[in-house]
Design a protein around this ligand. Structure first.
Ligand SMILES: *Cc1c(COP(=O)(O)O)cnc(C)c1O
Length: 362
């Protein structure tokens, strides 16, 4: 395999990984640090694996500056599994408010509504999810068990830029598509959770960062793998954890740290997003409907003047060495996902292609 054969992969998830991380995984594939075996073949109870597991958690704790009164759970099932687990664990009085700013927050609300009284505190349907609500637009009830939001809307390409006031209720945030992309004040959240395959590694792993006082004795009738107290007590090893995905998340977190941590990631991500967004804004060929203050630095969704040209764009982008630029089936058009592992050169390459495409088709 030569590196030249790698494409610029703009996939929303699973998504591109840092080349250095893939090379480390390759180098350690057959014989992890003299153990004589691959990480895939290790007992999750072995000391070699325990070290990988502990180091992954420790690196995440350092990077996100996670306070001591939070637990990090490394669980199966991605973010969707947590849509259910959150409601099953956190609904103590049975009431929760959900802020719906896109597809995944809608799915999370729908899942929670199976288990309790869910009130939609905001729904961005009318503006086609191009807008993140202001505090004044939120209709949050008093005394709910938690308020849920999705920090970055992967499909529509919007992202929160403030932490809303929840009237004292714990704030629960789905950070699947922007975790590790910028510093966060973890202490403002009750729970942060994320599937790993967008910005933190590979599929199969859901990371849950939860304030300890929110881990309550589980209800009698919930699935054991959804019990936060059991998972916390067993340090996520009630059963075999998603061992290789945890190893990969550890490598990615270490890579982020070596690059300069979350401040450096934030700087790079701003710079990449600005390059693409500034170009879209000055162009009268492309349409970028997302409201200025609500734009995601991770997923940029736009269109050309027609569906036919969108399809042509996607086709030609593949021929030019890029992939996965086709928009999500819900919104169509084009979407560029530019997570931590997408280089500035990759975005520059895309923008140059877009300029040429505009010239040739306007
Ligand atoms: C991809 C995604 C999900 C779903 O993640 P799975 O790991 O596939 O369950 C949920 N929320 C957001 C914001 C996502 O981007």
């Amino acid at each position: 395999m030569t590196d030249q054969k790698r494409v610029y992969n703009f996939a929303a998830g699973p998504s591109t990984l840092p080349l250095e991380v893939l090379k480390t995984a390759q180098e350690q594939m057959l014989n992890y640090k003299g153990s004589g075996m691959s990480v895939m073949e290790m007992s999750h109870r072995s000391s070699a694996y325990q070290e990988i597991f502990d180091e992954t958690k420790a690196t995440l704790k350092r990077l996100l500056k996670i306070p001591d009164n939070y637990k990090i759970l490394l669980l199966h099932g991605g973010a969707t599994q947590q849509f259910s687990a959150l409601a099953l664990n956190l609904m103590q009085t049975g009431k929760a408010d959900y802020i719906v700013t896109g597809s995944f927050s809608g799915k999370a609300a729908k899942e929670a509504a199976k288990f309790g009284d869910v009130h939609i505190a905001y729904d961005g349907k009318e503006n086609n999810y191009t807008h993140i609500p202001t505090q004044d637009e939120l209709d949050i009830r008093e005394g709910v068990d938690y308020v849920h939001l999705c920090e970055n809307n992967t499909i529509y390409g919007t992202e929160w830029n403030y932490v809303p006031d929840t009237k004292g209720a714990p704030l629960v945030a789905d950070m699947s598509s922007d975790i590790l992309s910028r510093p966060v004040d973890v202490s403002k959240y009750g729970v942060i959770y994320a599937g790993a395959q967008k910005n933190m590694g590979i599929a199969g792993l859901g990371v849950v960062i939860i304030r300890e006082d929110l881990i309550k004795p589980h209800k009698e009738n919930i699935p054991v793998l959804a019990e936060y107290d059991t998972m916390a007590a067993k340090d996520s090893m009630y059963n075999t954890p998603p061992a290789y995905a945890i190893y990969m998340a550890g490598l990615v977190a270490k890579w982020v740290e070596d690059q300069g941590g979350l401040e450096e990631m934030a700087k790079r991500n701003e710079k990449k997003a600005k390059l693409l967004q500034d170009y879209l804004d000055q162009s009268d060929f492309y349409n970028y409907p997302t409201e200025a203050g609500s734009r995601s630095r991770m997923n940029v969704a736009f269109t050309t003047p027609s569906k036919e040209l969108d399809a042509k764009f996607v086709k030609e982008s593949i021929a030019a060495g890029m992939t996965n630029l086709k928009g999500h089936r819900l919104v169509g058009g084009i979407r560029a996902s530019i997570y931590n592992a997408m280089t500035y050169e990759g975005v520059e390459y895309l923008v140059n292609f877009m300029k040429k495409f505009e010239e040739e088709n306007k």
